[in-house]
Design a protein around this ligand. Sequence first.
Ligand SMILES: *Cc1c(COP(=O)(O)O)cnc(C)c1O
Length: 328
Amino acid sequence: MTLPIDFADIQAAAQRLRPVAHRTPTLRSRTADERTGAKVFFKCENLQRIGAFKFRGAYNALARFSPAQREAGAVTFSSGNHAQAVALSARLLGMPATIIMPGDAPAMKIAATRGYGADIVLYDRRLEDREAIGRQLAHERGMTLIPPYDHADVMAGQGTAALELIEDVAAMGEGPLDALLVCVGGGGLISGCAVAARHLTPGCRVIGVEPQAGNDVQQSLALGRIVNIALPDTIADGAQTLHAGELTFAVMRECVDEVLTVSDAQLVATMRFFGERMKLVVEPTGCLAAAALLEGVTRLAGRRVGVIVSGGNIDLARYGELLSHPPA
Ligand SMILES: *Cc1c(COP(=O)(O)O)cnc(C)c1O
């Protein structure tokens, strides 16, 4: 079966991103190694531009626009990291961007997105359908809609995180990864990473991690079809997706070996580990993959394990609150 993306797409994305994206560090931690018995390699996308890997996919997609598409610009719907990723990418590429955000999104996020020069269209979460608004704007203004995960160029861009991680592990003189842990929301990140891993290290197990409260991809892979769930109650707001994408599901079916889940309490324990031990601020969703390993959901002693740390955008007051009053 041919998949929506292949390794050449990820290599091409890496070329486009090289001059603009940060090559984020791959960090080790003696504490993590001792606790798990594994050799752990953390790919720190919390240190990426806009504070999350989403810059990779958004920039890769916008950089491929035709001159006519650039003229009209990009539109997307998101209240999270994808909004800022599209806004910054559009600014870097000199094109307009419109971001459709819920009127009740945190003022800080709205301001940050506007700060990148994007037009913000606010909508009422209870009464309006953001996808319909997006399609209408795309139609009226000729703008190109770039969804947060279900898009081949977005998926290929996200895959460059795993490409760099695998290159870094080799440059450290280590053997190939035995396992790669990646968080799963709509599946854009893990799709790209799985295609990169399968090409570069065919023996590597690709393991997705979802919040316990929202394991739609785990269910979907078990049933062989995309399962829809109600809005999950979890602090992992970047993984509160209701269903996988058509394209991401096609890749995950082929290239993801297993999907695990972690609780909110395990996410906060992992935020504490990153803060105390590695001096890294990581948002709850960014802790999903690491939590599965550090909290013993999967045991990979004796293995070389790559972990994608996906983002670090969290209000500091909220960060302090979660650490001082962890969810049960
Ligand atoms: C978007 C996001 C995710 C989930 O990525 P998908 O491509 O939707 O699976 C995970 N972590 C962070 C920080 C994100 O912003």
